[in-house]
Design a protein around this ligand. Structure first.
Ligand code: COA
Length: 160
């Protein structure tokens, strides 16, 4: 079976992430969305909340599974026996970070290939921190995140 992993922090998932998930799920037989327990970031949503939101929002895509991972991404891929890694490239500004990460991962695990997908151009400026910031100031985020994420943000952040 042709499978891939789409890793990220997803704090929270946006329409940009969903667009990448839908594209990858059309290419691969199975897509694992791997939510990172990222010790270097202080996520607003817990790992369970982030996974639950990804699950709800991708419920209509039958070949998508949601999982969590901690530690080195390539070790997680090896444990899962999946050799394709999906990352989204939104704009040129993403390139340097993604290039560094892809080549580091290749050095650590040459058998794992990173594949870049571009989200729809209308989502190319989106980021999770921007969405969190707008929600915290009581702004309208309907165009940026699915309704389940909007409702979760409304419960979690107290607009100033
Ligand atoms: N649509 C919208 N936003 C997107 C996006 C898309 N398609 N693609 C990326 N982003 C945004 C996210 O919203 C997030 O925004 P924020 O910083 O404002 O919150 C930002 O881009 C980065 O998010 P994400 O894609 O979740 O990546 P990340 O940098 O948080 O995590 C991991 C990347 C988890 C894959 C990486 O840290 C990792 O592999 N960690 C494990 C440790 C490891 O193996 N290290 C060695 C590898 S170098």
């Amino acid at each position: 079976m042709n499978a891939a992993i789409y890793p990220g922090t997803f704090d929270p998932l946006t329409f940009g992430h969903l667009d990448v998930i839908e594209r990858a799920a059309r290419i691969f037989d199975r897509l694992v969305v791997a939510v990172g327990i990222n010790a270097s970031k202080k996520p607003l949503f817990s790992i369970e909340e982030r996974m639950d939101l990804v699950r709800q929002v991708t419920a209509h895509i039958p070949n998508v599974d949601v999982d969590s991972f901690e530690g080195l991404l390539v070790e997680y891929c090896r444990r899962k026996e999946i050799h394709a890694l999906i990352r989204g490239l939104r704009a040129f500004s993403d390139f340097e970070y993604e290039f560094q990460m892809a080549l580091t991962n290749r050095k650590l695990a040459p058998e794992i290939e990173t594949i870049f997908l571009m989200p729809k151009e209308t989502h190319s400026y989106l980021s999770s921190s921007m969405v969190r910031g707008i929600a915290a100031m009581g702004g309208n985020i309907d165009d940026f995140v699915p309704v389940q994420v909007r409702d979760a943000l409304a419960k979690t952040v107290k607009p100033r």
